[in-house]
Design a protein around this ligand. Structure first.
Ligand SMILES: Cc1cc2nc3c(=O)[nH]c(=O)nc-3n(C[C@H](O)[C@H](O)[C@H](O)COP(=O)(O)OP(=O)(O)OC[C@H]3O[C@@H](n4cnc5c(N)ncnc54)[C@H](O)[C@@H]3O)c2cc1C
Length: 465
């Protein structure tokens, strides 16, 4: 494309966040012909999470909590009824199901088709924004009154030594690009760097493909995600007279430890406390000082994440089975560097140990240092001072209406942002239960409408099944 287009609103990023911002704009009255969605690498609507083609990849949130709309909580479950494979499933059971992520992508695509019949979908990478023009890789531009940054999660940061492995078939630097087309023979090992949700995806795929070799998973603590579970009633937390956001980190951590111990003594899972924190986490994070935020990420974040990002019980059962049969071995190690070793890649640990794999996959989690982003667009916007890093350097700085704050502290007249880019502002800003409220709020800001209670409530759910 080399000509200039004009739209009222241009949304950069066509994952859940970008598409649902567009859908909400249309719901609130903006003609969809005034909207452009720019997206690269995969079909708009699916994004990284729902762009998988593999049916064994399940949502890690139960269907009842995956509505794309904060004001229509049963929307996804009702939509599932349009598909024949769910016809015979009772309502209660369907609500608790963990649905294949590819079907959730179908849901988002169907919302696009319904609400955005005249929107312009452009398959191109945005690389800059200047003089009210979004500039595209390979030429072309879009003049836009407002621009929404919905660029999502970045691929994991490179590990030391990885720069020399970019063309090496035994190295997969981006776990979300198709690596399963170049599996080594079963006599080899596969090494997964990271033990989070992406590593779980990879193990499930290897099993679905019938790959029988040895799998190693490595992370600092060696903690795999826990399973969702059916919780007990526990009305004692948060205590009725306590404002969790006013406690500060140390008193909050002590209160949580105390209630975890009480739950353990009752024979119940202490992760119930993490679930009960969810509606409060954004407010608590925003109440923390910078020192408290830094201390939280150093001392508590790893444990928080493993209790918070849980997986479907049937997926957990497969991971446990892989461990019991000896196919999967988990290692608690700090990775020092990676290097080529003949047809394999060798991973060195700080303690002196090492592992080799016929395929080594970097699943260490999305890059979080915003100032070292690899996105050409975000680098250019930072260089121009049109966006700025938040205090934690985890993402872009925004105000309460999701409008971007520039380098000089000014409120941008053009740019808004949502999704994982706001990690430093909200901490919890990655899953649908948070993002659906953000998408509505961004649409309301653009159209100058008053925020609805639905958009103000970031999380309205229990994670227990
Ligand atoms: C493997 C995985 C599984 C997950 N499972 C769940 C789940 O079960 N439930 C849940 O609630 N959440 C889940 N999540 C969290 C998930 O990230 C969010 O639910 C949501 O999909 C994030 O959407 P997004 O639009 O913000 O980002 P993304 O999905 O990352 O989409 C961003 C899009 O923007 C495009 N883009 C980026 N930069 C540019 C540019 N410069 N120009 C043009 N296009 C650009 C990217 O190519 C991408 O398509 C999962 C995440 C992952 C990675």
């Amino acid at each position: 494309m080399s000509h200039t287009l004009f739209t009222q609103v241009t949304i950069i990023g066509g994952g859940f966040s970008g598409v649902m911002t567009a859908v909400n704009l249309a719901r609130l009255g903006l003609p969809s012909s005034e909207i452009t969605i720019l997206n690269t690498l995969r079909p708009a609507g699916r994004g990284v999470a729902y762009g998988t083609r593999r049916m064994e990849h399940l949502l890690n949130v139960a269907a009842r909590n995956m509505s794309a709309f904060p004001d229509l909580p049963d929307h996804f479950v009702n939509w599932l009824r349009s598909r024949s494979e769910f016809d015979l499933i009772r309502e209660n059971e369907l609500r608790e199901r963990f649905i294949p992520r590819v079907i959730y992508g179908d849901y988002l695509r169907s919302l696009m088709h319904h609400h955005l019949p005249d929107a312009r979908l452009v398959d191109a990478e945005a690389v800059d924004y200047a003089n009210r023009m979004v500039l595209l890789a390979g030429g072309g531009s879009i003049e836009a009154g407002r621009v929404v940054l919905a660029t999502g999660n970045e691929a994991p940061a490179d590990l030391p030594g990885a720069e020399s492995l970019q063309e090496n078939p035994a190295w997969a630097g981006n776990p979300w690009l198709p690596w399963h087309e170049r599996l080594p023979p079963d006599t080899e090992s596969i090494v997964l760097l990271g033990t989070g949700l992406t590593t779980v995806d990879a193990i499930i795929t290897l099993r679905a493909l019938g790959w029988l070799g040895r799998i190693h998973a490595v992370s600092r603590h060696g903690w795999l995600p826990h399973a969702h579970f059916r919780g007990v009633e526990y009305p004692d937390f948060p205590p009725a007279d306590t404002d969790l956001a006013a406690l500060g980190l140390d008193r909050l951590a002590a209160l949580m430890e105390d209630h975890c111990a009480r739950l353990r003594a009752m024979g119940a899972n202490p992760a119930i406390i993490v679930d009960k924190m969810r509606p409060h986490t954004q407010r608590i994070w925003q109440g923390f000082s910078l020192e408290q935020r830094l201390a939280f990420t150093r001392q508590h974040a790893a444990r928080w994440n493993v209790l918070r990002h849980r997986i479907a019980p049937e997926i957990h059962a497969q991971i446990t089975s892989a461990q019991l049969t000896g196919q999967l071995q988990v290692h608690a190690e700090n990775i020092e560097h990676v290097e080529a070793a003949g047809a394999r890649v060798r991973v060195h640990f700080e303690g002196g140990g090492q592992l080799e794999g016929g395929l080594v996959i970097n699943a260490t989690g999305p890059r979080t240092r915003f100032s070292s982003t690899r996105s050409v667009l975000l680098r250019n916007l930072l260089r121009r001072g049109l966006i700025s890093s938040d205090d934690m350097d985890m993402g872009a700085r925004v105000d309460g209406s999701h409008t971007v704050i520039d380098r000089d502290g000014g409120v941008s007249p053009y740019l808004l942002a949502l999704g994982p880019l706001l990690r430093g502002t909200y901490w919890e800003t990655i899953a649908v239960p948070e993002l659906r409220g953000q998408a509505l709020r961004v649409a309301e800001t653009i159209l100058g409408q008053k925020s609805t209670p639905a958009a103000e409530t970031p999380v309205m759910m229990e994670y227990m099944i």
